[in-house]
Design a protein around this ligand. Structure first.
Ligand SMILES: Cc1cc2nc3c(=O)[nH]c(=O)nc-3n(C[C@H](O)[C@H](O)[C@H](O)COP(=O)(O)OP(=O)(O)OC[C@H]3O[C@@H](n4cnc5c(N)ncnc54)[C@H](O)[C@@H]3O)c2cc1C
Length: 103
């Protein structure tokens, strides 16, 4: 059996995993992604409507913010999403999405 050593092992090659891996690599850490399916087959690639984040820079973007994004997502999931998990996710989502879009 071949044993591979790495500083960071990222499980999953979707957008979350890829973003984490790039961040770790940029900090000089040796990084490896382990994914069940190739990155290009992840749900992130299937999301053809684009990423959602409250950048407030689009059509009808005035007044958009992370609270609106949070509420929209809760309503959109018909109150099915875990609000405690999602609440902090709505905030860094803006910075993460903007950075990822530039990459
Ligand atoms: C058809 C479709 C359309 C969508 N449209 C939109 C949209 O328009 N706008 C939007 O914002 N969101 C949309 N979504 C939702 C969006 O795609 C997901 O919320 C987002 O891609 C999740 O990203 P992720 O990196 O967390 O997970 P994923 O992209 O699902 O990646 C998960 C990764 O984990 C890996 N993995 C899973 N299990 C294991 C395991 N046991 N071991 C190792 N690796 C594993 C997989 O191989 C995959 O690479 C859509 C989803 C689908 C399916």
């Amino acid at each position: 059996m071949k044993i591979i050593y790495t500083d960071v092992l990222v499980i999953g090659g979707g957008l979350a995993g890829l973003r984490t891996a790039i961040g770790a690599k940029r900090r000089g850490l040796e990084t490896l992604i382990l994914s069940l399916v190739p990155a290009k087959r992840s749900h992130s690639v299937a999301a053809q409507g684009g990423m959602q984040a409250s950048l407030a820079n689009g059509f009808k973007g005035e007044g958009d913010n992370e609270d609106v994004h949070f509420e929209d997502t809760v309503r959109g999931s018909d109150w099915g999403c875990d609000q405690q998990v999602w609440r902090p996710g709505a905030s860094p989502g803006v910075a993460c999405s903007a950075a990822t879009a530039k990459w």
